[in-house]
Design a binder for this molecule. Structure first.
Ligand SMILES: *Cc1c(COP(=O)(O)O)cnc(C)c1O
Length: 365
């Protein structure tokens, strides 16, 4: 068969070990998964109520997600036609790549950052220009320098996964003013609801001033709906209209639409999760300070900690004791691990194991 050359070079997404596998392999009773930035509090109780009463399994979902669209347009104060929905924001990344990237054109992104930008760009055969982070932050000047008349998409992840660093309002606006109008700026804000930085921007309002900006958000992270798969993009109506044909007609299932409406309606839950997350991050900061470990201050619900040893070593040590995290090896930070902020108890637990790791390490050296 005549596969695209680039497809043969890619490997499928490697899911982490399942909790059941880990349980069995290391004969553990309890596993705590702090690897995928999921919400330790689950989701709003309103979601469970809303989804329970859905019985029309044989009926296709609403391909326009009308009710969700209306609820979100009211919530964000944008027009309904400024929204696009995806089977997770992952799918919106795919739709954008599909609509804009192709051989002969290029795309600019930071590195390390969320891997799906690169992955989809490879499939579409576009040239990839990666600009290294500086101290965990996007090098926006470097990214501007990498943009030319053949750049169709520039990806900006703020807060950035896996570092947790954000971009300040003044820096982002200065950047947007310099990006050519023919280049789409994708601002991935999967962790937006966790941000507390005072000099953060209002991205939705920025879409009014910058016609080439699309903001991506998701119900997978703070809203705790990762299993339903629903994310969205906000831009001006022209960008949305151009992207829509690249979207599958029934991409967001009925349960996801109903769940997202219910979740959106419980902002108290969101607020409580955000506050709990700040407290959790403080637990990790204190641990890092006490043990002289460097980390990037995080605006997300995860923290990248540098242990100054092969990241896999810490990963493996934690795994054998029932904690699943992301090894920095896979994330472009070979001596670090990325830990999702869990409940207070989960954080205390993993920090205890990490202290034990450091003590054993010190005794060996
Ligand atoms: C988790 C994540 C996503 C994907 O979220 P889904 O909506 O579940 O597809 C997108 N971008 C970043 C930066 C993420 O961390």
């Amino acid at each position: 068969m005549r596969w695209k050359d680039q497809i043969l070079k890619l490997t499928p997404y490697q899911p982490g070990k399942s909790t059941d596998e880990v349980k069995k392999q290391y004969q553990l009773e309890r596993i705590v998964k702090l690897a995928s930035n999921e919400n330790p509090s689950g989701c709003s109780n309103k979601v469970k109520e809303a989804v329970q009463n859905m019985a029309k399994y044989a009926i296709y979902p609403d391909g326009y997600a009308t009710n969700l669209r209306n609820a979100l347009s009211e919530f964000l104060k944008v027009k309904p036609e400024q929204l696009i929905f995806g089977n997770g924001s992952d799918e919106i990344i795919l739709i954008i790549a599909r609509a804009l990237l192709r051989p002969g054109y290029n795309t600019v992104m930071a590195t390390p950052t969320f891997p799906q930008y690169r992955h989809n760009a490879i499939i579409e055969g576009a040239e990839i220009r990666e600009v290294p982070l500086i101290n965990g932050e996007h090098d926006l000047d470097g990214m501007l320098n990498a943009i030319d008349e053949k750049t169709n998409v520039v990806w900006v992840c703020s807060p950035n996964n896996p570092t947790g660093a954000y971009i300040s309002e003044s820096k982002l606006i200065a950047f947007l003013q310099e990006v050519p109008k023919e280049t789409l700026v994708v601002l991935d804000e999967a962790y937006y609801e966790y941000v507390v930085a005072q000099d953060y921007y209002n991205s939705i309002r920025l879409t009014e001033n910058f016609d080439n900006l699309i903001v991506l958000r998701t119900f997978s992270k703070i809203y705790g709906l990762a299993s339903f798969r629903v994310g969205y993009g906000v831009s001006n109506a022209n960008v949305i209209r151009a992207l829509e044909p690249a979207r599958e007609p029934f991409n967001v299932n009925s349960f996801a639409q109903v769940a997202a409406i219910a979740a959106l309606g419980d902002q108290e839950f969101v607020q409580a999760c955000s506050e709990q997350n700040r407290k959790g991050l403080e637990q990790f900061y204190t641990f890092c300070h006490d043990h002289n470990l460097s980390y990037t201050p995080s605006q997300g619900n995860f923290i990248l900690i540098d242990f100054n040893v092969e990241g896999n070593e810490v990963f493996q040590y934690l795994l054998e004791r029932g904690y699943i995290v992301r090894s920095g090896n896979a994330l472009g930070f070979p001596t670090s691990v990325r830990i999702t902020v869990g409940s207070e108890e989960e954080n205390t637990g993993i920090i205890g194991v990490l202290k034990q790791f450091l003590t054993e390490k010190a005794a060996l050296s």
